[in-house]
Design a protein around this ligand. Structure first.
Ligand code: PEP
Length: 249
């Protein structure tokens, strides 16, 4: 199993002046015993990569286009993201699935594009509140994983993030037992499909992770890190989450 991963998703937040938070994070976190990644908006990838150079911080992207180039105004290819300094790309985030109507098939094509350029894909899955209330959580998560991940995924190249839609940005989280149940299910499904690669693939939990709940979530079986939105914007909060993951590693 690779090192655990604390990944920050800045979403559509962050201007040049906010890089001061990254400077503060780098100097506060020292040498954590986990991987640390921030996925800023595309406009900041290059500048953040320069700041992160020769530090443990890795820089990623929040989305990509599935095609290598062409007439796709406003889109960004994986090669362009890599050229700017990204090492990881989030694909299939629920906000993209909802705002842009992205389907599992489109997410799979993006995942394939990420792997084709040798970057790490962070594939997001998760149920809505209505689906959870209807008892469909595992069916939804299973279908999204099958549909969004191409054949040949490896533990080196793919990370899967379980992000219940109703927990994102709401301050609400599933119970620890609910997180553990979904992650155990994901581990079984991934191992069945990808063998030892699936058994070793990192599974992140995402949805209102904050300093006050990070340690108890990181203590759960099959939780290999977190995808963090709001709490990744402030060095003080994200630094504590990184420290909690390092302590659980
Ligand atoms: C996310 O956007 O992936 C996320 C988990 O957001 P938050 O931590 O703010 O809930």
């Amino acid at each position: 199993m690779k090192a655990k991963l604390a990944a920050g998703n800045w979403k559509m937040n962050g201007l040049g002046r906010d890089l001061s938070e990254v400077r503060a994070l780098i100097s506060a976190m020292g040498a954590p015993s986990c991987e640390v990644l921030i996925c800023p908006p595309a406009t900041l990838i290059d500048r953040m990569r320069i700041l992160a150079d020769e530090t443990v911080l890795q820089v990623g992207a929040q989305d990509c286009h599935a095609q290598a180039s062409g007439a796709h105004t406003g889109d960004t290819s994986v090669a362009m993201l890599a050229d700017a300094g990204a090492t990881h790309v989030i694909v299939g985030h629920s906000e993209r699935r909802a705002d842009h109507g992205e389907t599992d098939a489109q997410v799979q094509a993006k995942t394939q594009a990420v792997l084709g350029q040798g970057l790490v894909a962070i594939v997001c899955v998760g149920e809505t509140e209505t689906q959870r209330d209807a008892g469909q959580t595992l069916a939804i998560v299973g279908a999204q994983m099958r549909g969004s991940m191409p054949e040949g995924c490896t533990a080196q190249m793919v990370v899967v993030a379980y992000e219940p839609v109703w927990a994102i940005g709401t301050g609400r989280t599933p119970t620890l037992a609910q997180i553990e149940e979904v992650h155990a299910f994901m581990r079984r499904e991934l191992t069945e499909r990808f063998g030892s690669e699936g058994a070793a693939m990192r599974l992140l939990y995402g949805g209102s992770v904050k300093p006050s709940n990070a340690s108890e979530i990181f203590a759960l079986a099959n939780v290999d890190g977190a995808l963090v939105g709001g709490a990744s914007l402030k060095a003080a909060d994200f630094g504590q989450i990184v420290a909690a993951l390092g302590a659980a590693s």
